[in-house]
Write a protein that binds this ligand. Structure first.
Ligand code: CTP
Ligand code: CA
Length: 235
């Protein structure tokens, strides 16, 4: 890639990029999942490697070949991803949370397959859910006032009663406190496609950049902004 090959601006830097979508098991055969393919996280990993970074990818059910040179850490659930991020975030210059993380998980995973009651045609089980850890928020709080690691969040929003997609993203940027929040309007539906369009917000919700095109182009735009937030001394 022209951009990074010229730059190599991330040489000596270590990045942890989460990608894909977590799966929350309900019973031995069923799980809650989401539409994330891992392609944007993968594009970030490829772009960072081209720019000279060392890259760890925490991959939540990503069915793609590991970017050559990256260290792959496979995870399944939000809890597993939280554990992996907690283990690695102190050893990197930046944490990039591109994964779609389940907000809820089963309160009690059934050890047996949940059965429908054939004696009662109307019976429907109820599944109790509980909140998962907000890994991004937790990571921001965990670093305290330090600038290490730089932290990037992602937000896919649709507009609604709470306001426009952009309004919601601005509020989220302020709430999360990450250095950057990469926002995309998913009304058009980008999951699984190779193209993307994003706006990059700072922690005050101000737009600092926008990018559209291939996920590779978006990845480089995110890394351009991230470069300005890296700690002074490389990990
Ligand atoms: N995220 C996280 N841990 C979670 C949920 C989300 O780290 N349990 C991260 C995502 O990886 C993403 C960012 O937080 O980088 C924003 O995710 P999003 O789902 O948009 O935000 P939520 O706070 O979960 O709000 P909501 O789903 O209600 O819009
Ligand atoms: Ca969420």
């Amino acid at each position: 890639d022209e951009h990074g090959a010229v730059l190599r601006d991330l040489a000596g830097r270590e990045l942890l990029i989460t990608a894909g979508g977590t799966r929350e098991d309900l019973d031995p055969v069923r799980f809650l999942a989401n539409h994330s393919s891992g392609r944007q996280g993968w594009a970030l990993a490829h772009a960072a490697l081209v720019r000279g970074a060392r890259v760890r990818v925490a991959a939540a059910s990503v069915d793609l070949e590991t970017p050559p040179g990256a260290r792959r850490l496979d995870v399944r659930s939000a809890a597993e991803l939280a554990e992996t991020v907690a283990e690695h975030r102190g050893q990197v210059d930046a944490l990039v949370m591109a994964a779609a993380v389940a907000d809820f998980t089963a309160a009690d995973r059934s050890p047996e397959k949940i059965k429908k009651d054939d004696g009662d045609e109307d019976s429907v089980p109820s599944i109790d859910l509980r909140r998962t850890e907000d890994i991004l928020r937790h990571s921001v709080l965990d670093r305290g006032g330090a600038s290490h690691p730089a932290i990037v969040g992602f937000a896919a929003e649709t507009g609604g009663n709470g306001g426009s997609a952009l309004d919601l993203a601005r509020a989220k940027a302020r709430r999360k406190g990450a250095d950057l929040l990469v926002f995309n309007d998913v009304t058009a539906g980008v999951f699984g496609s190779s193209d993307n369009a994003v706006r990059i917000l700072d922690r005050e919700g101000q737009e600092v950049a926008e990018a559209a095109g291939s996920k590779t182009a978006v990845a480089h735009a995110v890394l351009d902004e991230l470069a300005g937030h890296l700690p002074d001394v490389p990990w």
